[in-house]
Design a protein around this ligand. Structure first.
Ligand SMILES: *Cc1c(COP(=O)(O)O)cnc(C)c1O
Length: 234
């Protein structure tokens, strides 16, 4: 058995155990394999081993690998510049990193040109000083309302966050908890283009606590593919 396959099984076991611990079903938590810096061959190995969804954080990497990767759902999980939306709009099934109205407007425009509706998550930054990206929690609702009002080619499917790194993941449980609270709150908004189904939080070192705090989509790279060599990333 390949290492990647073994690793995916281990991640699924960890996911299952965390879900059980809070009375949930592991199958209800989507595993997105994060494939930045990984070759198409490695990614295909992951797909053969059961990955249905992969996440990339750079537009260039999606474009370079797209034609060589087996059919799979692609997620854009990294900071997205407005002028690059056009390159990925027809390739990804969800954009996790929407943190400004300007970006939403561009996604709306490009989705319209392709005759599609793009699923997005709003990236919130509950640990404000720690991260450059994500919208602050007190601006989140206004952004959601503006998108619903003005962007007919966008469907808002939930929230995403990247917790600050902590040696002990228990130290960041409060951040996950805060985002879960917002998720529950905004999921109540009644609108045909708001359909909350994804709370994207948790990475290799902290996905168990993220699950305990309500995550239903985890983004896992290192625990599946090993340590990254960033010199491979453009
Ligand atoms: C790289 C990355 C991950 C995965 O991180 P690992 O620690 O390797 O699991 C998750 N989310 C985002 C946004 C990332 O850029």
């Amino acid at each position: 058995m390949s290492t990647i396959k073994e690793n995916i099984e281990k991640v699924n076991e960890r996911k299952e155990a965390a879900a059980k611990q809070c009375g949930r079903n592991g199958d209800d938590i989507l595993l997105v394999g994060v494939t930045k810096t990984r070759s198409a061959d490695e990614i295909n190995e992951g797909i053969d081993a059961g990955l249905t969804d992969i996440g990339e954080n750079k537009v260039q990497e999606i474009m370079d690998k797209y034609d060589f990767v087996k059919p799979v759902r692609w997620h854009m999980i990294g900071h997205l510049q407005t002028n690059k939306v056009k390159y990925i709009i027809d390739k990804v099934s969800m954009i996790h990193s929407v943190d400004s109205y300007k970006l939403a407007e561009e996604i709306n425009k490009r989705a319209g040109q392709h005759g599609i509706t793009m699923d997005i998550l709003i990236q919130v930054n509950s640990a404000q000083e720690e991260s450059k990206f994500g919208i602050s929690t007190d601006e989140t609702e206004e952004l959601i309302r503006r998108i619903l009002e003005n962007c007919p080619n966008i469907k808002i499917r939930g929230l995403m966050c990247i917790a600050p790194f902590a040696e002990d993941p228990n130290d960041i449980r409060v951040y996950f908890a805060e985002v879960k609270k917002l998720y529950d709150q905004y999921s109540q908004i009644e609108h045909e283009r708001l359909d909350f189904q994804y709370l994207s939080m948790g990475m290799s070192h902290d996905f168990e606590v993220a699950i305990l705090e309500g995550s239903n989509l985890i983004r896992v790279g290192t625990a599946i593919f090993g340590e990254r060599d960033y010199s491979k990333q453009k």
